[in-house]
Design a protein around this ligand. Structure first.
Ligand code: FA5
Length: 344
C-alpha cells in the first residue's frame, strides 16, 4: 500500500470537510470522523501487522505525523472559528455614539415649593429674613399670645388638632411672629417671612385641606403704617399675578390684628371686569392681613406707643390654585407625577 498517497487522500478529504464547518459543533463531528477510533487514519494501523518488519517503523511514523498534522489543521480551524465569533459579536454589539441618549426622567421641585421659593426671592429682595418655627406648638404661642385666650369664640375660626391639653399642631404660621418678637427682646425692628406647614381639623374638599401651607409676614418698627402694608401686598400680587394687577383691602377680623383686612387682587381672567371665576366681582381674595394688635405687641415684649407692626398670612395652595387655574386643592397632595410635571 502506498501509505503516503493514502494519507494525502485523507488530508484532502479533511481539508474539504473543514471548509464546510460552520461552528464548534460541526468541528467536533469532523474531528471524530478524521481522528476518532473508527477514523480511516486509525484503521490504517491495522495494516501494520501485514508489513515486513523493516517497513513497520516508517509506516508507523507516517501515520503519527499525519495524525499530528490533522490535529493541527483542526486546531487552526478551531481558532479561526473563535476569531470569527468574536468579530460577529463585536459587529452585533456596535454602539452608535452619535445616537440620542434615552430620555431620562429627572425629579423637579414641587409646585408649592416653587411658589414658596418665588415669594422668598421677592421678600429677600426687599430686605426680609426667612424664619421658621415648630409645627408642634404650644396653645400659648398659637393662640393666647395672639390675643386668642381660652374660650375666645374666634378660636372656632381655626379648628385645631390637639396633642396634649396645651400642645397642638399649629393652625397657622402666626406663632412664628410671637416667637421672633420675643427673641428680639422688644427692642429691635423685625422684618420676616415664615413659610411652613399648618394643620386644621377641616374636612378635605376642593378648597380645604387638613394640612396646608402658609407664608406669614411680619414687620415691626417705629413708623410702620397701613400704607406700608398695602404697598408690600401690591408687590406680592404683581409678583404672583402680573404687573397690571391691582389690590383692594376689605375690612375683616383677626384677633391678632387691628384693623384687619382681607386682601383681594383684580381677577386675571377678566381684568377686573367681572366673570364666572371671580363671581362677577372683578376681584379674588388672596390673603388676610392687618396692623399688629397692641395686645400682641405687648405680649411679645414691644411697647405699642413706640412700635407698630403689620402682618399678613398667605395660603400657599390657594395662591397656587389661582395662579395656575387649579380647581381642586387635593391635586397637590395625591402625588400624581403627571400633575407635578406640568410645573417644570
Ligand atoms: C390665618 O390663618 C391668619 N393667621 C392669617 C393672618 C396672618 C391674618 C397675619 C392677619 C395677620 P386664615 O384662617 O384666614 O388666617 O388663613 C389664611 C389663609 O390660609 C386663607 O386665606 C386661605 O388661603 C388659607 N387656608 C385657610 N384654611 C385652609 C384650608 N383648610 N385649606 C387650605 N388653605 C386654607
Amino acid at each position: 500500500m502506498d501509505i503516503k498517497a493514502r494519507i494525502k487522500e485523507l488530508e484532502t478529504a479533511l481539508t474539504s470537510a473543514l471548509k464546510n464547518v460552520k461552528d464548534q459543533n460541526d468541528l467536533q463531528k469532523v474531528k471524530s470522523k478524521f481522528l476518532g477510533k473508527k477514523a480511516d487514519i486509525s484503521k490504517l494501523m491495522q495494516h501494520m501487522k501485514d508489513l515486513p518488519n523493516d517497513e513497520k517503523p516508517r509506516f508507523g511514523q507516517a501515520i503519527n505525523e499525519a495524525k499530528q498534522q490533522f490535529h493541527q489543521l483542526i486546531e487552526n480551524k478551531k481558532e479561526a472559528l473563535k476569531t470569527e465569533a468574536i468579530k460577529e459579536q463585536l459587529k452585533s454589539e456596535t454602539i452608535d455614539v452619535t445616537l440620542d441618549a434615552p430620555d431620562f426622567s429627572f425629579g423637579q421641585t414641587h409646585s408649592l415649593s416653587q411658589i414658596i421659593d418665588s415669594i422668598e426671592d421677592l421678600f429677600i429682595g426687599m430686605g426680609y429674613t426667612i424664619k421658621e418655627g415648630p409645627e408642634i406648638e404650644s396653645d400659648e404661642m398659637n393662640f393666647e399670645k395672639l390675643n386668642l385666650p381660652k374660650d375666645h369664640p374666634a378660636r372656632d375660626m381655626q379648628d385645631s388638632l390637639y396633642i396634649k391639653p396645651d400642645t397642638l399642631l399649629r393652625t397657622h404660621t402666626s406663632p412664628v411672629q410671637v416667637r421672633t418678637m420675643l427673641e428680639m427682646g422688644g427692642k429691635k425692628p423685625v422684618k420676616i417671612i415664615c413659610p411652613g406647614k399648618v394643620y386644621r381639623r377641616d374636612d378635605d374638599d376642593a378648597t380645604h385641606s387638613h394640612q396646608f401651607m402658609q407664608i406669614e409676614g411680619l414687620v415691626v418698627d417705629k413708623h410702620t403704617t397701613m400704607s406700608d402694608l398695602k404697598g408690600t401686598l401690591l408687590e406680592v400680587a404683581r409678583h404672583m399675578f402680573g404687573p397690571d394687577r391691582e389690590i383692594r383691602l376689605r375690612p375683616s377680623y383677626f384677633p391678632f390684628t387691628e384693623p384687619s383686612v382681607e386682601v383681594d387682587v383684580t381677577c386675571k381672567n377678566c381684568d377686573g371686569k367681572g366673570c364666572q371665576i371671580c363671581k362677577q366681582t372683578g376681584y379674588i381674595e388672596i390673603l388676610g392681613a392687618g396692623m399688629v394688635n397692641d395686645k400682641v405687641l405687648k405680649a411679645s415684649g414691644y411697647d405699642p406707643r413706640v412700635y407698630q407692626g403689620f402682618a399678613f398670612g398667605i395660603g400657599v395652595e390657594r395662591l397656587a390654585m389661582l395662579k395656575y387655574g387649579i380647581e381642586d386643592i387635593r391635586h397637590f397632595y395625591t402625588n400624581d407625577l403627571r400633575f407635578n410635571k406640568q410645573f417644570k
